[in-house]
Design a protein around this ligand. Structure first.
Ligand code: SF4
Length: 334
């Protein structure tokens, strides 16, 4: 590990001011990914600005949603009664990720900004455009069972590893950012870049910009949101595929739907095309099949991960059928 300076920030303004003054400074949340990357010499910041004690609250917003401080731990967020009641799919997504020890330490902002687990990215002897732009990508001709089929480029096909982020993009989360020019708010879907020719540029954050909070808007149908994760073993594994979903009916027609996928995209993948093909259509098998086919039309599978196309198709259809059954039950009960 390379030597670095450490600073414990007492407020976000001070943290940002420090980051502006020092080149190659990085914010430190729980450190559950960044410290690993530093140990492997994949990242070598000159200074760590510890923001893990800042923004530790979850508050109800005026609109009836939730305002989640960036420093809230994954465990705190998953256990919060308001999250479990209003956004149960988010709670389940978080509990599907990592171990209890890591969830106790990892923060909301750190989870969103964690880096891919592509094995070649972590192997400093391998070629990797994300680690070193222009260096090549050993995953293209290598082992790519865990890699993406959506949003890939000839430079990179690494997946984004977060479960929490997949649930949050389905919930239309907004990210509050603070930097040298003040505060701005963007949709979480806009935070991430697709790799293109610069897979090392993963987000739209400027060098000193700090995530201070994530806002979840009120969304009544999110009370029956779900998260399903398919992986090679029952725990401590990243997704081969995951699905965040929720559905609202108007009689036999789909009124509203939110769908996001993990394990198949280079970023947490909001299934916009599938949603458009579902909204206002009859809630039946033919509609579900057409919707996921519309989303997967752009898939670019490799030899080891071609199975993800069928896997995504089957699991999404299965999840939509379950949301449909739940919505019908809810309609009968009311
Ligand atoms: Fe690096 Fe991306 Fe290729 Fe993995 S897929 S080796 S992260 S460039």
């Amino acid at each position: 590990m390379r030597a670095f300076d450490y600073h414990q920030a007492v407020g976000s303004e001070q943290a940002i001011e420090r980051a502006m003054r020092r080149e190659q400074a990085r914010y430190l949340g729980g450190g559950t990914n960044l410290v690993d990357l530093m140990r492997e010499t994949i990242e070598g910041p000159a200074m760590l600005i510890d923001v893990s004690n800042l923004a530790r609250d979850i508050e109800e917003s005026e609109s009836g949603g939730l305002f989640i401080g960036a420093g809230v731990t994954n465990a705190e967020l998953a256990a919060d009664p308001r999250v479990r009641r209003q956004y149960p799919g988010l709670s389940r997504a978080i509990l599907c990720g990592a171990s209890a020890q890591i969830r106790n330490r990892a923060t909301v902002a750190g989870n969103l900004l964690q880096r891919t687990r592509c094995a070649y990215f972590y192997d400093i002897g391998a070629h990797c455009n994300k680690r070193e732009p222009g260096n090549g990508c050993d995953a293209q001709e290598g082992f790519h069972r865990y890699h993406a089929i959506l949003g890939t480029s000839s430079s990179c096909l690494a997946t984004h590893p977060s479960d929490m982020a997949v649930a949050m993009v389905a919930l239309e989360a907004r990210v509050h950012l603070r930097g040298r020019d003040g505060e701005r708010v963007i949709a979480l879907t806009e935070l991430y870049r697709e790799p293109g020719e610069r897979p090392d540029l993963e987000t739209v954050l400027t060098a000193e910009e700090l995530i201070v909070a994530v806002e979840l808007p009120p969304l009544p149908m999110a009370a029956s949101s779900e998260y399903r994760k398919v992986r090679d073993r029952a725990s401590y594994a990243f997704a081969l595929l995951s699905v965040a979903s929720m559905l609202e009916l108007d009689g036999a027609t789909i009124k509203q739907v939110r769908l996001a996928l993990g394990g198949v995209g280079t970023r947490p993948w909001r299934a916009w095309k599938a949603e458009a093909a579902l909204r206002g259509r009859p809630a039946n098998a033919a509609t579900f099949e057409a919707a996921i086919d519309a989303e997967l039309a752009a898939a670019r599978p490799q030899s080891d991960n071609a199975f993800k196309v069928q896997l995504a198709r089957r699991v999404v259809i299965s999840e939509l059928n379950q949301r449909l059954a739940q919505a019908r039950q809810g309609g009968e009960a009311s």
